[in-house]
Design a protein around this ligand. Structure first.
Ligand code: 3H9
Length: 647
């Protein structure tokens, strides 16, 4: 089946691209389009050309899987120039997403028409590169420098409506795209044609504009190189001639394409796409999930409800008492109200989402639910009591999940009828925001239940990772070792603030001690105390000493650092030094990169142990857990990727 076919609608030629799954610009597609230009230029019957795509989307970009190989002709910048210079005007008809190289091809066209639910964008920076086929040079000529900077340095796509308002597309269409684009072409032919984008002028902003953008981008990028390189290309595009700017962009693109960061980000890109569809479950049909329930309306339960509602599911909240139901519903409403006040949804949307949750104390209300997630207090007896109720009232095929972070799900499932429908679903707080979902089957869990929860993860737009059973599963187990190693450095005399600064320098938003102060030191303390009470040998940590002294973190005005009442800025604490001085043997001095290397090596060593024990399937799964659950810098690729040469 050829990837490019040409049809005719009288004087309008329709070029259809069909290169599943996302019409990526493989060599064969570039070649097909290259030849289509020649064919249609030579056809005197053709007055204009509509470029449209089959399948789920317009051209979604360059073929990322070709990035590791030598570039092959025809090169994309040449193809875009050839479409732009064609004797007949081309009209891009966009559905789905026109991204990266796809949007660059669309900018080579004389016009762009998009369906209302389409998006356009330049996501290259998310892959550690810059646009390589004129994205930074044509966008400012099409829509101005400000729009171009936002698009190319954030990597975030714009909806058709916003793109239309910004001047990136010429018309928004509804209904049959091919008909709409053909009608648009006829209308356009009746008027003088606009200049090709490359010939349009660009207004260069002054030095202050670039200075401010630079400051904002460096801050947001947290160590990622591509956004600043994209900005440099855009400045060049605004200040130099078209041809020179194209050459500069291409040089930058080729330079970054082979960089360590681009390599890491490609690894994450493919890992994220593989995660929701594990090969072992490909043949296993999931059960439909049309309704859900959550037991427990605290912070975690409310976050899970918000995630389920945002995916369109009606949700029942079960709590023990009426007051707790009211509190839980208020927690959910607060999440949506805040989203509305931040402008991420309208007040009407927030209200509709809130109204889709009903609260009750009656487990009998769950007789029809397809899925129930338990999110109650982390206590084995409390959880078992919940599942005893669920076993009595739910359909025998309803998927029943526990959101435990530390307890053994095998103990929770004991005595549950039809245990094949049970597993652990470990959400991360805030559950409506955090992308990671650890899926923890017990030995009885059926493949169908597993497949259903992967489908659920896709519905919730989460990154699912299957984990075996061990204390802390994948993420919290690595976190424990990371924190212990960080304490180990402090015991050797490395200042607390230096450890945190080193990890921020590595690309984390926060270091391990600052993060504990934010979340509270008492959670892990109570867990250690529980283990000690159960007779386990758990050595005293530095964190234990602080909690025993009443320092539980920001909420008590101090933890690893001091905090003033109205400020969240951590201040190194003399009290902490006094409390810990007996435990610290000064002597070791480490530069920031050495501190970060030591701690990331520890994470990777724990990751390797997790792999060796079969708790995780692949190193990429561990990387996804760290990136989406624990703030590991995406552009480093995760601890396993970052240390692959050293392991
Ligand atoms: C670029 O364009 C550089 C240029 O400026 C310069 C060049 C000179 N390549 O996400 P999905 C695969 S950089 C190869 O689940 P959805 C993906 O791996 C590129 N493969 O679908 C998966 O494969 P499999 C800029 C790709 O419907 C399958 O397609 N463009 C590519 O949820 C389905 O993917 C981007 O960064 C690709 N470019 O979402 C766009 N894209 O089935 C990246 C996807 O074997 N793509 N695959 O697991 C996306 O954002 C989403 O795929 C999209 C569809 C929104 C399009």
């Amino acid at each position: 089946m050829p990837v490019v076919t040409i049809a005719r609608d009288q004087e309008i030629a329709v070029v259809t691209v069909d290169n599943p799954p996302v019409n990526a610009l493989s060599q064969a597609l570039r070649q097909g389009l290259w030849e289509a230009v020649a064919t249609l230029d030579a056809d005197p019957q053709v007055a204009a050309v509509v470029l449209i795509c089959a399948g789920r989307t317009f051209i979604a970009g360059a073929d990322v899987s070709e990035f590791g190989k030598p570039p092959m002709e025809p090169h994309l910048p040449d193809l875009v120039a050839r479409i732009e210079g064609a004797a007949k005007p081309w009209i891009a008809a966009i559905h789905g997403s026109a991204l990266g190289g796809g949007f660059e091809v669309a900018m080579g066209c004389r016009f762009r028409v998009a369906l209302t639910d389409a998006t356009v964008g330049l996501p290259e920076v998310t892959l550690g590169i810059v646009p390589g086929a004129g994205g930074t040079v044509r966008t400012p000529r099409l829509a101005g420098v400000e729009v171009a900077v936002d698009l190319a340095t954030s990597g975030k796509p714009l909806s058709a409506e916003k793109a239309h308002n910004a001047g990136l597309i010429d018309a928004v269409a509804q209904g049959d795209l091919r008909e709409a684009a053909t009608a648009f072409a006829r209308m356009a032919l009746a008027k003088p044609l606009p200049q090709p984008v490359s010939a349009r002028p660009v207004v260069a902003p002054g030095a202050q504009f670039w200075f401010e953008k630079e400051k904002a981008i460096v801050k947001a990028a947290k160590g990622a190189a591509a956004p600043m390189r994209a900005l440099a290309c855009l400045r060049y595009a605004a200040e130099a001639a078209f041809g020179e700017a194209m050459a500069y962009e291409r040089e930058t693109f080729l330079d970054l394409r082979g960089s360590e960061q681009a390599d890491a980000l490609r690894h994450v890109f493919f890992a994220e796409r593989a995660a929701p569809r594990p090969a072992a479950l490909r043949e296993v049909e999931p059960q439909p999930i049309r309704s859900a329930a959550v037991v427990g309306g605290g912070t975690m339960g409310a976050g899970i409800i918000a995630a389920l509602r945002a995916a369109g599911l009606p949700v029942i909240l079960i709590e023990r008492e009426d007051e707790a139901v009211t509190r839980g519903l208020a927690n959910v409403a607060q999440i949506f109200d805040r989203a509305a006040s931040r402008g991420t949804m309208s007040a009407a949307q927030a209200q509709a989402l809130t109204e889709g949750v009903t609260g009750s104390t009656e487990y009998a209300r769950l007789s029809k639910a397809d899925l129930v997630i338990e999110a109650v207090f982390e206590d084995i007896e409390v959880k078992r009591a919940v599942f005893a109720q669920l076993g009595r009232h739910c359909r025998p095929d309803a998927v029943l999940a526990t959101n435990t972070s530390y307890l053994d799900p095998r103990l929770i499932v004991e005595g549950l009828p039809n245990p094949e429908r049970f597993l652990g679903l470990h959400f991360f707080s805030p559950a409506n925001v955090m992308k990671l979902l650890e899926i923890v089957p017990v030995p009885e869990t059926s493949a169908r239940t597993l497949s259903t929860t992967f489908a659920l993860a896709r519905l919730l737009k989460k990154v699912p990772v299957q984990a075996g059973i061990c204390e802390g599963f994948i993420g919290n187990r690595i976190l424990k070792r990371y924190r212990a190693a960080a304490e180990g450095l402090v015991r050797q005399g490395v200042p607390i603030a230096e450890v945190d600064a080193a990890m921020r320098g590595y690309g984390f938003a926060m270091g391990p001690f600052e993060a504990q102060d934010l979340g509270g030191l008492d959670i892990a303390f109570l867990q250690r105390e529980g283990a000690r009470a159960a007779g386990q040998l758990v050595p005293e940590t530095l964190g234990d000493i602080l909690v025993r002294a009443g320092r539980k973190g920001q909420k008590t005005g101090g933890g690893w650092y001091d905090y003033t009442l109205d400020e969240r800025r951590p201040v190194p604490s003399a009290t902490v030094m006094e409390l810990l001085c007996a435990e610290i043997t000064p002597g070791v001095e480490l530069a920031h990169p050495a501190i970060a290397t030591a701690l990331v090596n520890e994470m990777a060593a724990e990751g390797q142990a997790i792999l060796d024990e079969g708790i995780a399937d692949t190193p990429a799964d561990i990387d996804l857990v760290e990136i989406h659950g624990y703030g590991f810098p995406r552009w480093r690729g995760g601890p396993m990727f970052a240390t692959r040469a050293r392991r």
